[in-house]
Design a protein around this ligand. Structure first.
Ligand code: 3H9
Length: 679
């Protein structure tokens, strides 16, 4: 776990704990011992600490947070490093994150490769830097820069770190870092401790950072604790500030939010793993991608590949549609460049990789072809039959369908083993989730290649089996059905949406319907009023695009509750003979959130999702489920499965005549085991 080596009079301590050198107990213990030993070894003039493998260190071992700390605690190790009578230098490559950066802050000097990343991302997992980071970083680089890093959790590049005094020297490259670090260390005579510095700040700075981040940090415990801890660095001694930091850390780490955030951290990583697939499976090479359809979806999907340097051929049937699609891609790139997130060269390079064409046959040399046409089975089958005739052998044929059966689509080809679903979420160039839909005949290497490619283009992939709506959209169905029924029974769109937004969702079911288009799936017959959706659509209330949906919209798309909608609901209620009644927020939670949990459990039961945490990842990355509540399945455990089953039973009559509580959910509740360990 620790490798020590003497280079002349310089003692090198190397952290070795693949894959990320997390500071598990043996690493902490080894580091502490090595520092102690070096103090009394006359052959040692100074010390270098570095990490083995890809990076310096990713911080504390997050898997240890559910158990009591095994001493030495990390702050003891960092304090010992800082107290060293001999100079200590951190030699940083890859990343120095969290506790890893705190180790580096305990060191007296820091040398880093120019592209190394330094950060304190603890806030993203619901905690704060608990090994002196909130006390030493502001002392070293000032309160504002430190708050920036600690409250956002975003790492900075070593070049920037050198500008603000976090890094003392930039190494030429990774290969020479070891030697350069030793040479640099040899020039140092005495320790220089961040903890000895003092720092001041106008108290208004702390209020400003809270106000500036108000929207992002609303409802979260960790960011305000981070601010409070950094404030302590300006008013307290190092020792007192660290005691305060530790107390805040202890309060957060065992809390519900931190547990939920840790769960989603690991859930995201396990979602990438496919049960039953050999790890070393040979992948198909993907050098060129074809996209069928240059609409908003097709264009957005193309951008993912273009940005990753993969050439894309985009095919449309009409020149005008093709031009419109390409214009939209260009406009999106230019908007990103205008925000400073891409250089003009990067935009040029990405657009240079795009080949727009009306010629279907040019798809022949593509390794992966993604169909992004209308959501209509007949059209899709026709397209796949054509693709079968054109695509080269071994090409992966994917559909971006959001609901339809991949098996039926695959049956239109003579190579169902090469077919799968790649369900991107809108806007496809922004949303992180990718549902990778495995058909009954999809070949293992097709699945594995798609999962790896998804990561390459920056997506969070989750495997889903075939069912109507896959994991995410299928869970929307009971939510929407109940939300609309609740309107008839007496709730308002505002009340239902408010319950969802106060829960932490970015928008409620009706705000979402207005954004997506109330007319999606509408039969377009204004005389046929069989649902509230029909009633709204018949009056041209198609959502934001017509400035009227479940809400009225002004020119800036700001919603206001609509008297016209209230009347439509009243009329429809009268036609259906439903009596209006009071509906409580609690009933809304049961009928629109617990029913989703139930659907998630059915999805697990049917083997559509591999694991409960995959369902959480879908909702966290595809629908804005609040991360500090992890996802519906984890949240259900926090609420209590017994309560959920009981409440679903209590409202069963209102939820609907054919509603049934999932057997798996009931079993877990009875046996008191979480959904991810379902018996
Ligand atoms: C902290 O430091 C608290 C202190 O302030 C105070 C303490 C008192 N622990 O992401 P990857 C695993 S809190 C345990 O796929 P990449 C990960 O689960 C910590 N495990 O690789 C995965 O396992 P598996 C603050 C960890 O190259 C494997 O390593 N630090 C940890 O895409 C590979 O990970 C952070 O929050 C960990 N700390 O990205 C940084 N980190 O193979 C968290 C990773 O079984 N880490 N694993 O699925 C990261 O952001 C990314 O992992 C990193 C590498 C950027 C480092």
């Amino acid at each position: 776990m620790i490798k020590n080596q003497l280079h002349g009079d310089i003692f090198e301590i190397v952290m070795v704990n693949p894959p990320v050198n997390a500071l598990a107990y043996p690493v902490r213990q080894g580091l502490l011992q090595a520092i102690i030993d070096a103090q009394t070894d006359d052959a040692v003039k100074a010390i270098v600490i570095r990490g083995d493998g890809q990076l310096f260190c990713a911080g504390a071992d997050i898997t240890e947070f559910d158990a009591p700390v095994v001493e030495p605690d990390l702050h003891v190790v960092v304090d010992a490093i800082e107290a060293s009578a001999k100079p200590v230098v951190a030699a940083i490559h890859g990343s120095a994150l969290g506790g890893g950066l705190e180790i580096a802050l305990g060191c007296h000097y820091r040398i880093a490769t120019p592209d190394a990343k330094l950060g304190l991302p603890e806030v993203l997992i619901g905690i704060l830097p608990g090994a002196g980071g909130t006390q030493r970083l502001p002392r070293l680089i000032g309160v504002e820069a430190a708050l920036d890093m600690i409250v956002s959790g975003s790492p900075i590049a070593a070049r920037r770190a050198a500008e603000i005094g976090l890094v003392d020297r930039l190494a030429s490259n990774e290969g020479s870092l070891g030697e350069e670090a030793i040479a640099f260390t040899r020039t140092l005579d005495a320790p220089r401790r961040a903890g000895d510095l003092s720092v001041e700040a106008d108290p208004a700075v702390f209020e400003k950072v809270a106000a500036d981040n108000a929207r992002k940090i609303k409802g979260l415990d960790a960011p305000s604790a981070c601010i409070e801890a950094v404030k302590a660095s300006t008013t307290m001694s190092l020792a007192d500030g660290q005691a305060k930091e530790r107390a805040l850390f202890a309060g957060l780490v065992s809390g519900e939010q931190a547990k939920a955030l840790r769960h989603i951290f690991f859930a995201e990583r396990s979602a990438a793993k496919i049960d039953g697939l050999p790890k070393d499976i040979a992948l198909r090479p993907i050098a060129k991608v074809g996209i069928l359809g240059a609409g908003t979806m097709g264009g957005g999907i193309s951008m993912n590949f273009l940005s990753a340097g993969i050439p894309v051929t985009i095919v449309e049937m009409q020149q005008e549609a093709l031009d419109r699609g390409v214009r939209l891609v260009r406009k999106n790139y230019e908007a990103t460049a205008a925000k400073g997130r891409l250089t003009t060269d990067q935009v040029k390079n990405a657009l240079g990789l795009l080949t727009p064409t009306l010629d279907f046959d040019t798809l022949a040399d593509c390794d992966l072809i993604i169909e992004a046409a209308y959501e209509n089975m007949e059209i899709k089958k026709e397209i796949f039959a054509r693709l079968d005739a054109v695509a080269k052998p071994g090409a992966i044929l994917a559909s971006n369908t959001s609901y339809l059966s991949i098996d039926e689509i695959a049956s239109a080809t003579k190579r169902p083993q090469d077919v799968l679903g790649l369900h991107f979420f809108s806007p496809a160039n922004v949303m992180k989730l990718l549902e990778v839909v495995r058909g009954a005949k999809t070949a293992p290497d097709v699945l594995a290649t798609s999962m790896q490619l998804a990561r390459k283009i920056g997506k969070v992939p989750v495997v889903s089996g075939v069912c109507y709506g896959f994991i995410g959209n299928r869970m929307l169905i009971p939510r929407q059905k109940n939300a609309e029924a609740l309107l008839l029974e007496g709730a308002t769109p505002e009340q239902i949406d408010r319950v969802h937004t106060s829960f932490g969702m970015p928008m409620g079911p009706f705000q979402m319907a207005d954004l997506a288009g109330v007319d999606i799936g509408w039969h377009r017959d204004t005389d046929r009023i069989e649902s509230l959706q029909d009633a709204l659509c018949a009056e041209g209330r198609w959502g934001q695009k017509t400035k009227a949906g479940f809400y009225d919209y002004d020119d800036k798309r700001k919603p206001t509750p609509s008297a016209a909608v209230a009347k439509i609901i009243d009329d429809f209620r009268a036609r259906k003979g439903v009596t209006k009644r009071e509906t409580s927020d609690e009933e809304i939670v049961v009928r629109t959130l617990y029913t989703m949990v139930n659907e998630g459990a059915l999805i697990l039961e049917e083997g559509i999702a591999q694991r409960a945490s995959d369902v959480d990842v879908v909702w966290a990355y595809g629908y804005g489920w609040p991360r500090h509540r992890s996802g519906p399945m984890f949240w259900a455990g926090q609420v209590g499965l017994t309560k959920i089953v009981a409440d679903l039973g209590r409202y069963a009559a209102q939820i609907g005549s054919n509603f049934a509580v999932s057997a798996l959910l009931k079993r877990c509740a009875e046996q008191r085991v979480p959904l991810d360990r379902a018996p």
